[in-house]
Ligand binder design. Structure first.
Ligand code: ARG
Length: 468
């Protein structure tokens, strides 16, 4: 990166009587981070050039030179040979200056009918669209990972919790399918957010449009955008698509942080519900016995910075008058970090979740403790003609006795149970077993193994449709 005291900018230096202060040049430059959008900047410039040629602003020869020059620049950047300069402020001016250096005066014609204001808005949208497309694939991969584990664990019984207290037995497969459902809504949110990203601002120029007879539908088409934007002032200043993305990203991270918390607890010696393969954990430098669930812990921790970026972007846009303001340059770093963090977290979970092994015996044992079939006993009494509220009372007493005697409901004798309700018969033991309890919840959305397998099948065909 070149950084000298001589900072008169070639692109806009005309009206200035002294060079910009060297610190100010550094302070206002964005090239150190916006060079990440170089590919999209070139893509946008090629489309803009083609459109200008189609309306006669550039000749065919000029267009060819521009396309050739930009292709070479893209290569230089890919090879790491491009010399980025702080004096040239941002990715847009760096590339344009290099083009002019390469092909001469024709390079200067490329900026006809556009401004960096609509250019940068276009670049971010192209960048974010690419990233969203990748994220949609990662979300799908994660959902597939959840499905493969859920299918294996359709019959595995674990305690279901409310208030982190044992509530009712559930199947582990059912619990995992709850995660799947969260991701399904997140996928839909990403698809929806992509629709509002995929609109072309180029042609708005600085803020008011341009006097050239530009064909914005053509540019939109060339870049794969749905259509051009309808208002030039809004085009250059709108960043709500980025805020919407950050909000979607925050919700995804929130979901993953919940699973992370569960995995951290489940992997502890106290729960001992799951085994996380060693490749997703690290040790302690002082305690030789330690195996720490770093991956879920980090995903849980990284959720904070994504929320922070959402708040940062919202605050960045707050009170901004129309149209473009330099404030908007501050949109990129939070956006990039949101993308990076989300990508990393999704990747880590997509790799790790299908590799989780359940400790079925511990899960089962935990579900057996804690009177998790108390509701089943109440439902059984209702079946014998008792009103639910009265049944609730009877079972409450039985549980009280169990606590005192250190016995679960299924461990009591028929006589003991009958002392709370004479209508209780020996068939009560069918409902007091964990297997009976989960199998009985056999309706859509229920926890029975049969329903888990149906949910998995439904989800698989959902993912199948997505791929075609
Ligand atoms: N680097 C600027 C940004 O990120 C590009 C647009 C600058 N436009 C301007 N008129 N200074 O927003």
């Amino acid at each position: 990166m070149t950084d000298t005291n001589k900072t008169t900018n070639q692109q806009w230096g005309g009206r200035f009587s002294e060079p910009v202060d060297a610190f100010v040049a550094r302070f206002t430059a964005s090239v150190e981070f916006d060079q990440r959008m170089a590919k999209q900047d070139i893509q946008g410039s090629v489309a803009h050039g083609k459109m200008l040629a189609s309306i006669g602003v550039l000749t065919k020869e000029e267009l060819d030179q521009i396309i050739q020059g930009l292709a070479e620049i893209e290569d230089e950047i890919a090879r790491g040979e491009f010399e980025w300069s702080i004096e040239l402020e941002d990715v847009h001016m760096n590339i344009e200056a290099r083009l002019t250096q390469k092909i001469g005066i024709t390079g200067k014609k490329l900026h006809t009918g556009r401004s960096r204001n609509d250019q940068v808005a276009t670049d971010i949208r192209l960048y974010l669209r690419d990233e969203v497309d990748f994220l949609l694939e990662e979300v799908t991969r994660l959902q597939q990972g959840i499905l493969s584990l859920a299918e294996k664990e359709a019959n595995t019984i674990m305690p279901g919790f409310t208030h982190l207290q044992t509530a009712q037995p559930v199947t582990f497969g059912h619990h995992l399918m709850a995660w799947y459902e969260m991701m399904q809504r997140d996928y839909e949110r990403l698809v929806d957010c992509r629709k509002r990203i995929n609109i072309l601002p180029l042609g708005a120029a600085a803020l008011a449009g341009t006097t050239y007879p530009i064909d914005r539908y053509m540019t939109a088409d060339l870049l794969g955008f749905e259509r051009p934007t309808y208002n030039s002032l809004d085009s250059v200043s709108d960043r709500d698509f980025a805020i919407e993305f950050a909000s979607t990203a925050s919700i995804i991270m929130m979901h993953m942080s919940r699973w992370a918390e569960e995995m951290v607890m489940w992997a502890s010696a106290q729960f001992n519900f799951i085994y996380l393969p060693d490749r997703f954990c690290t040790g302690s430098s002082i305690m030789p016995q330690k195996k720490n669930p770093d991956v879920p812990e980090l995903v849980r921790g990284k959720t904070g910075r994504v929320y922070g970026h959402l708040m940062g972007l919202l605050t960045l846009m707050k009170s901004q008058c129309l149209a473009y303001n330099k404030d908007n340059q501050e949109d990129k770093e939070p956006l990039f970090d949101t993308v990076d963090t989300l990508k990393g977290s999704l990747r880590a979970f997509a790799d790790m979740i299908p590799a989780i092994e359940s400790r079925k015996d511990h899960m089962y044992e935990a579900a057996r403790r804690g009177f998790s079939t108390a509701t089943d006993l109440a439902d059984y009494l209702v079946g014998k003609g008792i009103a639910f509220r009265d049944a609730h009372e009877v079972v409450g007493k039985a549980v009280g006795y169990g606590v005192q005697e250190g016995k679960d409901l299924s461990e009591m004798t028929l006589e003991e149970l009958q002392s709370f309700g004479s209508m209780i018969q020996s068939d009560v033991f069918d409902v007091l077993t964990l297997e009976g309890s989960v199998a009985a919840r056999d309706h859509i959305g229920g926890t029975s193994p049969a329903q888990v397998l149906k949910a998995v099948a439904r989800a698989k065909s959902e993912l199948q449709d997505r791929l075609v």
